[in-house]
Design a binder for this molecule. Structure first.
Ligand code: 5GP
Length: 240
C-alpha cells in the first residue's frame, strides 16, 4: 500500500492517508516524550518495538471479541488501521495506584485499591489533558452518558483480557490509557495504541518497571525493558 498525504502528526506517531479512504497508515516513531512534551528524546527502535507490541495486543484483543481499529501490521514501524473519528477522551484504567493518582491523592505507589479505578481526561494538549468527570465530558459535548457507559464497559472488558494476558507473562498490569473512536457506521471501537508508552507494566517477581516510567524517571535501559515486554508477549500470543 502506497504511503500518501500525512493526516496528523502526534508526539510518537504519524498518520497517513492510503488509497482506501476507509484505511489509514500509522507510523511509529522513535520519539519519547513526557510531562506534556517538556521532556523529549529519541530512543532507537522504540517505534519498532511499540508497533510490534501494540499489534500483538490488538490482535489478541480482537481474538477475544474486542472491536478495534486495527487491521494488520504492514512493516516494522507501520500498521494499517480503520479510519475512525477519535473521541477526545483519554480513558485511564488503574488496577494498582501509581503515577499521577498516587501523587494527587498522597497515596503510596504499589497500593492495590479495593476496586478498579477509571479516570477520564480531556484530550487537549493546550490544557495538558486535564482530568475531568462524566458530567464535564457530556457538558463539553465530547460524548453522551450512553456513549460513556459503553466506553467504560469496553475499557473494563479490555482490562480483564489484558490482566489475564500479562499475568501469563509474569507482569502486573498496573494501569493503562486507552482511546476510542467512531467508525463511519457509528460503532465505537478501541483506537490508538497499547504499549509500554501507554501503560505501566511491572515484573511480578521483582516489581521492576518495564514501561515509560523508565524514561520519565531517568531509570535507563528503556529499549531493553520494551524488548522484554515484546519477547514475553511473543511467547504467548499466536501471530495472525
Ligand atoms: P498517570 O495518570 O499516572 O500519568 O497515567 C496513568 C496511565 O495512563 C499510565 O500508564 C500512563 O502511561 C498512561 N497515560 C496517561 N496519559 C497519557 C498520555 O497523554 N499519553 C500516553 N501515551 N499515556 C498516558
Amino acid at each position: 500500500m502506497q504511503q500518501r498525504e500525512i493526516l496528523y502528526e502526534g508526539k510518537t506517531k504519524q498518520l497517513f492517508q492510503t488509497e482506501d479512504p476507509e484505511l489509514i497508515l500509522i507510523h511509529y516513531m522513535d520519539t519519547a516524550t513526557a510531562f506534556n512534551n517538556i521532556k523529549l528524546a529519541t530512543i532507537e527502535n522504540k517505534g519498532i518495538l511499540n508497533n510490534k507490541i501494540s499489534s500483538l495486543v490488538f490482535e489478541y484483543l480482537a481474538q477475544k471479541g474486542i472491536r478495534t481499529h486495527y487491521v494488520k501490521m504492514v512493516g516494522d514501524r507501520d500498521q494499517l488501521c480503520r479510519r475512525v473519528r477519535i473521541i477526545p477522551l483519554e480513558v485511564i484504567v488503574r488496577n494498582v495506584i501509581a503515577g499521577s493518582m498516587a501523587h494527587r491523592l498522597g497515596l503510596e505507589e504499589g497500593t492495590k485499591p479495593s476496586n478498579v479505578i477509571f479516570d477520564i481526561c480531556y484530550k487537549n494538549d493546550d490544557l495538558g489533558d486535564p482530568l475531568i468527570n462524566d458530567h464535564h465530558a457530556v457538558a463539553l459535548g465530547l460524548v453522551s452518558y450512553d456513549e460513556l457507559n459503553r466506553i467504560y464497559a469496553m475499557a473494563s472488558e479490555i482490562n480483564h483480557v489484558l490482566i489475564e494476558l500479562f499475568d501469563r507473562v509474569n507482569i502486573t498490569l498496573v494501569d493503562f490509557k486507552v482511546e476510542f473512536g467512531y467508525t463511519p457506521d457509528g460503532e465505537i471501537v478501541l483506537a490508538d495504541e497499547i504499549s509500554p508508552d501507554t501503560s505501566r507494566l511491572w515484573d511480578k517477581g521483582t516489581n521492576e518497571r518495564l514501561d515509560r516510567d523508565r524514561f520519565r524517571r531517568d531509570m535507563g535501559r528503556i529499549r531493553e525493558a520494551y524488548g522484554e515486554i515484546l519477547a514475553r508477549l511473543e511467547r504467548v500470543i499466536e501471530k495472525q
